[in-house]
Write a protein that binds this ligand. Sequence first.
Ligand code: PLP
Length: 381
Amino acid sequence: MDAVQAPIVQVIGDLIRQTPGTISLGQGVVHYGPPPPALEAIRGALEDPATHEYQDGSGLPALVDRLAAKLRAENAIEVGRGSSVMVTAGANMAFMHAVFAVTEPGDEVILNVPFYFNHEMAIQMAGCRVVGVATDQRYQPRVDALRAAITDRTRAIVTVSPNNPSGAVFGAAALRAVSELCGERGLFHISDEVYEYFTFGSVRHVSPAAFSGAADYTISMFSLSKAYGFAGWRIGYLTYPDQLHAAMAKSQDTILVCPTVAAQVGAIAALDVGRSYCAPFVAELADVRDVVVSKLKALAPLATVPAADGAFYVLLKVETDRSPMRIAEQLIREHAVAVIPGPAFGMLDGCYFRVAYGALQKDTVAEGIGRLVTGLRAILS
Ligand SMILES: Cc1ncc(COP(=O)(O)O)c(C=O)c1O
C-alpha cells in the first residue's frame, strides 16, 4: 500500500475545507440527483423484506435482464452469447474485479497516460505493474506505442473513453485498432465507458465489445453514477467473457457479496427512465465546456488546452517547471479555486491540471475559471 498513491480527491478536499469559499473544479461529479421514479422505487423497496436480505451475487435478475436489454439496444453488446453481466458497487469495483480476474501478481497492465488514478491504484493493489503509454497531443491512443509496450507479462490494455481526465473521446478507428491488437496478442481489452452518454456535438461513443469477435476478450464497464446522478447509491456493472465468470464471482462474493438491494431496485427504475434523463444535462454541459475552453484559451501561451469532446473534464498544460502539487495548493489557499494536479493521472513530464466542470452551474464555473486564470497568471508571473 505504501507504493500506491494517496486518494487525490480527498487530499485536495482537505485543503478545500481549510479554505472556505473555494470553488471546486476538483471532484468529477454531476450537479443533479437521481430521476424521481428511482427514488420512489427505493422508498417502495424499503417495505419489502427481501430488500433486507442477501440476494443474487451477480445482481437482481430483473436488473440484469434490464441491463442486457440496454447493452443490446445502445451498445450493440449481446449478453448471453458467451458473455455475462454483473452488477457491482460502482465501476471502480468492476475494475477491481476485472484486474483480479485476469492477472496474477507480477503481471503487467497497460494504461494509456493520462490514466484514471483509481485504475493505477487497483492494479498496484493486486500486486501487478502498471505500464503507462503516453497518448498523443490530443490525448488519443498511440497504437504503435501500445504494441511496443507489450511483454510476456502483459495481460490487458485499458481504454477510458470518453476520458477522465482529458475529456477526449477516442476515435472509433483508434479503439478498433486497440481492440484488434488485444485480439492478436491474446490480451484482454478493459474498456471503461462510464461517460458513454457524455459526448458533445456530433461526436459519438463506441463500445469496443461490439466489434466483430471482440466480445471474446473485452471487459466493458459502465456506471449509473454520472448518467443518473446515482454516485452515492453505488451502482455500476460490467460485461465479460463467460470464461472469467468463476473468477469474477469469487471477487464479488469476497468484496461485496451482493450489490445493495434497494439501490438495485432504484437502478431498474432509473434505467426505465433511460438515457433521455441526462440528455438535457449533457446539452447544458456542452455550453459549460465552451465557456471553460474559451476562458482557458486566454492563458495562451502560458497554458494550452486541447479539444475535449466528452465527459466533463479538460486537462490544462501549463508551461512551467514548478511543481503542480505546489501550484494546486497555492491556487486553493490564495485564489480559492481547486483543480487536480497532473501527477495523479500519471502526467509526470510537465505541469498539468485537470479541470472538472460537471458539479457546477454555468455561472459558478465561469467564476471558478476566472479565479483559475487570474491565479495561474499571478503564481507564474
Ligand atoms: C473513468 C472512471 N471510471 C470509473 C469511475 C467510478 O465510477 P463509480 O462511481 O461507478 O465507481 C469514475 C468516477 O469518477 C471515472 O471517472
